[in-house]
Design a protein around this ligand. Structure first.
Ligand SMILES: C[S@@+](CC[C@H](N)C(=O)[O-])C[C@H]1O[C@@H](n2cnc3c(N)ncnc32)[C@H](O)[C@@H]1O
Length: 237
């Protein structure tokens, strides 16, 4: 599927067409169907606790999930320093870290709300540090501690809403990179471009690009890659 790239998030970022057929909510079964039907009032925590042991087989094996690879590629393009300290927010079983490590990144920490997902990630022996916590909790991460943050699949019903997007910038130092990957349904329904733009106006970050890309090889499933840079003057120490 061709990608659609915009520079920044202003007028060039147009919404997707209404989602139906295989790209819509009806295309899934099992845990994926449960998650896809969740609303802002739901909490996906128990789903991930139950799903952790079979998450990768279901998502990668079953649907050809590639969001982790797309986002890691986005990070590799935006962050040339391979020793950069990166926080993987909503790290799950560690798929993102595998892809970051394959591109030469060596210092990756992970944060996730699910202890059982973290246990799967720990078994990969890639992360420097793994910790349980909710990214919306200000105590979960020290502000400005990281050179970069990446968050894949953490947005939408049962997860984090657009009103909490600033949480993904908070751990990153001025001038650092923030890479997000969001499913196309909440992207449109919750108007992520509007929220990204508001944070840009509020001096949180500069959005360098938003790119629409299909993230499941076996079905049509559009999502959006966001590459942003933390606002403020970089600290050269
Ligand atoms: C769809 S999985 C994505 C995992 C991984 N990033 C990937 O691409 O395979 C979403 C993950 O986000 C975590 N998560 C959801 N809401 C969270 C929050 N508020 N704080 C921290 N982690 C959260 C879940 O526990 C789950 O492991």
């Amino acid at each position: 599927m061709p990608t659609r790239t915009t520079s920044g998030i202003g007028a060039g970022s147009r919404p997707l067409a209404p989602v139906d057929s295989a790209a819509g909510r009806g295309a899934f079964h099992g845990f994926v169907a449960t998650l896809t039907s969740m609303t802002a009032e739901d909490d996906a925590h128990e789903v991930y606790e139950a799903w952790a042991p079979t998450y990768e087989a279901d998502l990668v094996g079953g649907y050809g999930y590639t969001a982790h690879r797309i986002a890691a590629e986005g990070m590799a393009g935006a962050c040339p320093e391979r020793a950069a300290e990166i926080l993987d927010i909503g790290c799950g079983t560690g798929l993102v870290a595998v892809e970051l490590a394959a591109r030469g990144f060596s210092t990756i920490d992970g944060l996730d709300a699910s202890a059982r997902m973290i246990a799967e990630a720990r078994a990969k022996r890639i992360y420097r540090d793994l910790r349980g916590g909710d990214v919306r909790d200000p105590a979960a991460v020290e502000p400005g501690r990281y050179d970069a943050a990446i968050a894949v699949g953490v947005f939408g019903g049962g997860h984090v809403g657009p009103e909490d997007l600033e949480c993904f910038a908070r751990p990153v130092r001025a001038g650092g990179v923030i890479v997000l990957f969001a499913n196309g349904i909440p992207w449109v329904e919750d108007d992520y471009p509007l929220h990204l733009h508001r944070l840009e106006e509020n001096g949180v970050w500069t959005v360098e690009r938003t790119t629409e890309v299909n993230y499941m090889d076996r079905i049509e499933r559009p999502g959006w890659l966001v590459v942003a840079r933390r606002a403020g003057a970089p600290d050269h120490g």
